[in-house]
Design a protein around this ligand. Sequence first.
Ligand code: OAD
Length: 231
Amino acid sequence: MSEKIVVFTGAGVSQESGLRTFRDMGGLWQEHNIEDVASPEGFERNPAMVLEFYNQRRRKLGEVEPNAAHRAIAELERDFDVVVVTQNVDDLHERAGSTRVVHIHGEILKNRSSVDPALRYPAGGKIDIDLGDLCEKGSQLRPDVVWFGEDVLHYPESVQHFRDADRVLVVGTSLTVVPAAGLIRYAAAKAEKVVVALDLDTVPHGFHFLRGKATEMVPQVTDAWRRGRRP
Ligand code: OAD
């Protein structure tokens, strides 16, 4: 049985691909009010504006590529049992080749009904969601992303992945949004734990902090692990 690695990612892993993070300088939440574009109430108030915010990000995804960090994470599957648990709504882990990706904040390229979260649909060829695009129950479609006040997805399953992990690699997340950030507490005391970020307010207990760019630090960690060394 190969060792199990859980990789937990946030916006920082996709930053060097050209996608903006949320809380860094120039991050999305400096320019947009979270309550307006990432809450059910904001969507009720101004659905056109909210759809446009996500449509722009869906279009942007078509212009960017996975980077060396996504690729290094995908390559770990050659030697380890790997699960990627991500807060990201982009598809860059999948495009880099990762085969087990758990999207706890949803997937921007999918659509869902605004009255029934169980009704989810692939976006198909249509990138934009327009006002008037309806689910089978006749309600407006919205992107399949988790908004503030809504339940994260796949939480119990993700807790179990963390509990089972022999090694945990956290990349590019400020670890400020709960309950997502709370997942790392479930990692076993004996698991080897590494966190990569440009900056972190608090280094979580038991983690070895590697400060730097994901595209530089992540391949260093994964190379070390594949050679049986500590990063
Ligand atoms: P944040 O924007 O809060 O944090 C990004 C983290 O990535 C910071 O710690 C940065 O230091 C780090 N970072 C930035 N660029 C980096 C790079 N090139 N290499 C390495 N690290 C880098 O993003 P998240 O933690 O992902 O939720 O945000 C969590 C959630 O907040 C998101 O999933 C989203 C947002 O509101 C929802 O929309 C529900």
